[in-house]
Ligand binder design. Structure first.
Ligand SMILES: [Zn+2]
Length: 170
C-alpha cells in the first residue's frame, strides 16, 4: 500500500467514485497531535487506509483504518514510551450537523475541500489513551496498591478540543 496522498479531499466526491486512499502522512501536518508527543522524538509516519463509498444503508461513508506508533511520556514515570494506535475508522459523511444520526459517528463535510491530515488527526486523537502508561510490571515507578493513577493526566483538555472538531463521535 502506498502512494502520494492529496493534501485536500472532497469526501462526498470520493464516496461517489468509490475511491480508496492509502499511504502515509507526516505527524508534522498534525499540530494538535504533535503537541502531545515527546518533543524532538523521531516519529514514524501515520498510515492510513481509507475507503470512500457507502455504509450499506445508502449513506455516503468513510471506512478504513489509521495506524501510528506515537512517542509519549508515561504518565507514571514520565519516561518515553511508544503507544501503538491501530484504530478503525467508520464515519458517515453528512453535510449538516442536524443530519447527524444518533447511531453513527459522522464526518461533517464542508463545501470547501477538507484537509486530509485534519481528518486523520481527529481519528488519532480519539484513538489515544487518556493517560498513556507502561504496563505496571514494566514501569520503574511502583505505586502503592489502590492508588488512582488515572486521576490526573495532561490529556484532560482533549475532550473539549474534540467538541469543536469536524469528526464527531457519539
Ligand atoms: Zn512508566
Amino acid at each position: 500500500m502506498g502512494g502520494v496522498l492529496p493534501d485536500y479531499i472532497e469526501p462526498l466526491r470520493l464516496a461517489e467514485a468509490g475511491a480508496r486512499l492509502g499511504g502515509t502522512l507526516a505527524v508534522g501536518c498534525m499540530p494538535r497531535l504533535a503537541s502531545m508527543l515527546i518533543k524532538g522524538a523521531a516519529v514514524d509516519a501515520v498510515c492510513i487506509d481509507f475507503r470512500f463509498g457507502e455504509d450499506g444503508k445508502g449513506h455516503p461513508a468513510l471506512t478504513g483504518r489509521v495506524s501510528a506508533a506515537l512517542p509519549v511520556a508515561c504518565q507514571r514515570c514520565l519516561q518515553a514510551m511508544t503507544i501503538p494506535i491501530d484504530a478503525p475508522v467508520r464515519l458517515r459523511l453528512i453535510r449538516r450537523e442536524d443530519e447527524a444520526p444518533a447511531e453513527a459517528d459522522v464526518l461533517l463535510v464542508t463545501a470547501e475541500p477538507m484537509s486530509l491530515a485534519h481528518i486523520v488527526e481527529e481519528e488519532l486523537l480519539l484513538g489515544m489513551p487518556m493517560a498513556a502508561m507502561h504496563p505496571e510490571a514494566d514501569c520503574p515507578v511502583k505505586l502503592p496498591r489502590g492508588a488512582n493513577v488515572a486521576k490526573e493526566h495532561p490529556f484532560a483538555a482533549l475532550a473539549s478540543l474534540q467538541d469543536g472538531g469536524q469528526a464527531k463521535h457519539s
